[in-house]
Design a protein around this ligand. Structure first.
Ligand code: KIV
Length: 259
C-alpha cells in the first residue's frame, strides 16, 4: 500500500480538516478504521492507560513495535504513524535513523512521530526525513519531557514561551515534517501557528483553530480511570464494561448463567 503524506497539506489548502485517533492493538485499530479516522496514531500515550505506567517514559522500542504489528494487521488504507519512544532518538542521528527504520521495516507503518523542536532535535528530524521516512512533529506539551515541565501542564502561556513554540513549529516545517501535533497550548497560539504553516497542525487541547484534531481513543471511549482535562469523552465504556462483567459474575454465582 502506498500512502501519500503530502495529501494532508493539500487537504489543508482545501479546508478539509483531519481526524486522528490512536490505536494500540488489533481490536482498537479495527474500530478506529471502521469509524473513518484519517490517520491511525500508535501513540506512546498507550504506556499510561493501556500499560499502567505513570508517564510515557518507560515505553520501549520493542514494546511499541509489538503493538504496532497488532495495529498494522487491522489497517488497510489508512496512514499509520508511530511514536518513537523516549530516548530511542535523542542520543544521536544514527540512533534516530535506526529506530525509525525499524518501525517502517518491521511493522509496515509508514511514518513516525518525534517530540521536540529544539535545534538539535530539528537536525535529527531532518536527517530522518532525508532518509525517506515521513515524520510528524510534536511541540507544546511534549509528554516525554514531563520531568522538565514538572507536570502535564499547559505550555506557551508566556509571550516568551509562545514565541519559542512558534519558532520550533516553523523550524520543524523547514526540516520537512509533514504535519505537527500541537499539544495543550493556548488556542490563540495554536491558531497563529496553523495560519503561519503550510503543513497541517493536529491539535490536542489546543482549541479549534488547528487543521486537525487528535484524541487518545481510550479517552474518547471513556475506558480509563483518569482522563486529562482536555480529553473529550464521547461514551463511558468503562462503566458499561464493568456492569456487563458484574452481571456475568452474578449470573454464575446465582446459577442463572446459561449458554
Ligand atoms: O501518544 C499519543 O497518543 C500522542 C497524542 C496525544 C498526540 O502523542
Amino acid at each position: 500500500m502506498v500512502v501519500n503524506v503530502h495529501q494532508f497539506a493539500q487537504w489543508k489548502r482545501a479546508g478539509r480538516t483531519i481526524a486522528v485517533l490512536t490505536a494500540w492493538d488489533y481490536l482498537s485499530a479495527q474500530m478506529v478504521q471502521a469509524a473513518g479516522t484519517d490517520i491511525v496514531l500508535v501513540g506512546d500515550s498507550m504506556a499510561m492507560p493501556v500499560m499502567g505506567h505513570e508517564t510515557t517514559i518507560p515505553l520501549t522500542l520493542e514494546e511499541i513495535l509489538h503493538h504496532t504489528k497488532m495495529v498494522r494487521r487491522a489497517i488497510q488504507n489508512t496512514l499509520v504513524v508511530v511514536d518513537l519512544p523516549f530516548l530511542t532518538y535523542h542520543a544521536s542521528r544514527s540512533a534516530a535513523l535506526l529506530a525509525a527504520g525499524r518501525v517502517l521495516k518491521e511493522t509496515g507503518a509508514q511514518a513516525v512521530k518525534m517530540e521536540g523542536g529544539y535545534p538539535d532535535m530539528v537536525e535529527t528530524i531532518a536527517s530522518v526525513v532525508r532518509a525517506g521516512i515521513p515524520v510528524m512533529g510534536h511541540v507544546g506539551l511534549t509528554p516525554q519531557s514531563v520531568y522538565t515541565f514538572g507536570s502535564f501542564q499547559k505550555q506557551g502561556k508566556t509571550d516568551e514561551d509562545a514565541k519559542r513554540i512558534l519558532g520550533e513549529a516553523i523550524a520543524l516545517e523547514d526540516a520537512g515534517v509533514f504535519s505537527i501535533v500541537l499539544e495543550h497550548i493556548p488556542s490563540d497560539l495554536a491558531r497563529k501557528i496553523s495560519e503561519k504553516l503550510t503543513i497541517p497542525t493536529i491539535g490536542i487541547g489546543a482549541g479549534p483553530g488547528c487543521d486537525g484534531q487528535v484524541l487518545v481513543t481510550s479517552d474518547l471511549w471513556g475506558l480509563s480511570e483518569w482522563q486529562p482535562p482536555f480529553a473529550k469523552t464521547y461514551v463511558n465504556l468503562r462503566e458499561q464494561a464493568i456492569e456487563a462483567a458484574q452481571q456475568f459474575c452474578e449470573e454464575v454465582r446465582s446459577h442463572q448463567f446459561k449458554l
